[in-house]
Design a protein around this ligand. Sequence first.
Ligand SMILES: Nc1nc2c(ncn2[C@@H]2O[C@H](COP(=O)(O)OP(=O)(O)OP(=O)(O)O)[C@@H](O)[C@H]2O)c(=O)[nH]1
Ligand SMILES: [Mg+2]
Length: 298
Amino acid sequence: MTAGKKSGFVALLGRPNVGKSTLLNRVLGAKVAIVSRKPQTTRDRIAGILTEERGQVVFLDSPGIHRPRKALNAYMVRTAQRIAEEADIAVHVVDDRKAAAGEEESLVRGVVANLSVPRLLVVNKVDRMGEAEGRRRLGALMGGGLYKEGFLMSAATGKGVRDFLDRLFSLLPAGPAYYPEEDLTDLPMRFIAKEIVREKLFEALSEELPYSVAVTIEEYKEEPGQNLVRIRGEICVERESQKGIIIGRGGQMLKKIGTEARLELEKETGERVYLELFVKVERVWSRHETMLRRLGYV
Ligand SMILES: Nc1nc2c(ncn2[C@@H]2O[C@H](COP(=O)(O)OP(=O)(O)OP(=O)(O)O)[C@@H](O)[C@H]2O)c(=O)[nH]1
Ligand SMILES: [Mg+2]
């Protein structure tokens, strides 16, 4: 039954914005994690399950590791740390940016260096930096002896991803599948709904505002026989002025966010979606452990 098959957990670790979630979606060939141009998009453990003839890899996308200044950020970094400890193989993803990379990269290296499992390096975004610069960077980072193997890749175009997967399968131990083979993730639809709304907020809002936003799904109800899902979400912000921005003039902004989220949710569920979004103010929630827990960051 499982003879000769491989399985295991592969953690994708790195500083914010290097392309961990893009890589997760790329290896799965489906969108499981939300992605944005802004750093600190992912806040939780996102498992993506890849089942092939040769076995099953559970990829664990993680929040970008950074120096936390608020309770929310401490939660994110704690989550990344836990994911690292859960892994059979740890993958440190870096990209092409030099600016301000030093400190955060050394935080990530600190986490990775403490692990006793095989450590791999991925230099991502080779489409942007070019092959020569990518090779140079890969060579420099491999020099330290921290990583077993290094890979040059573009999560955006898929270049290098097949080779990376082949190596993962050969490095993983023999073992049975952890999840049913048709599963893409272990996340409930309710969680995915929250993430989709959050992604549309990240895309639509400028500057710092996305970092003051949390989304909770207050209701997720499938109407039997009607091919319809009713979803009620609450967008939590920290100040009245932020609430005003999200609602927008004449409610235009909230409407746009709601429409984009609804269209994607309809694609995900294969059903019609009735999505209602409300905005409420919860003063400085991102700094308070109790509020974080109430918003689902536990
Ligand atoms: N050019 C290029 N852009 C990429 C590539 N991979 C990711 N990106 C872009 O980089 C940005 C960040 O990607 P994410 O996948 O959200 O990065 P992340 O590491 O998950 O970020 P956090 O969740 O904030 O830690 C997005 O705008 C992506 O489209 C790549 O291979 N090439
Ligand atoms: Mg991410």
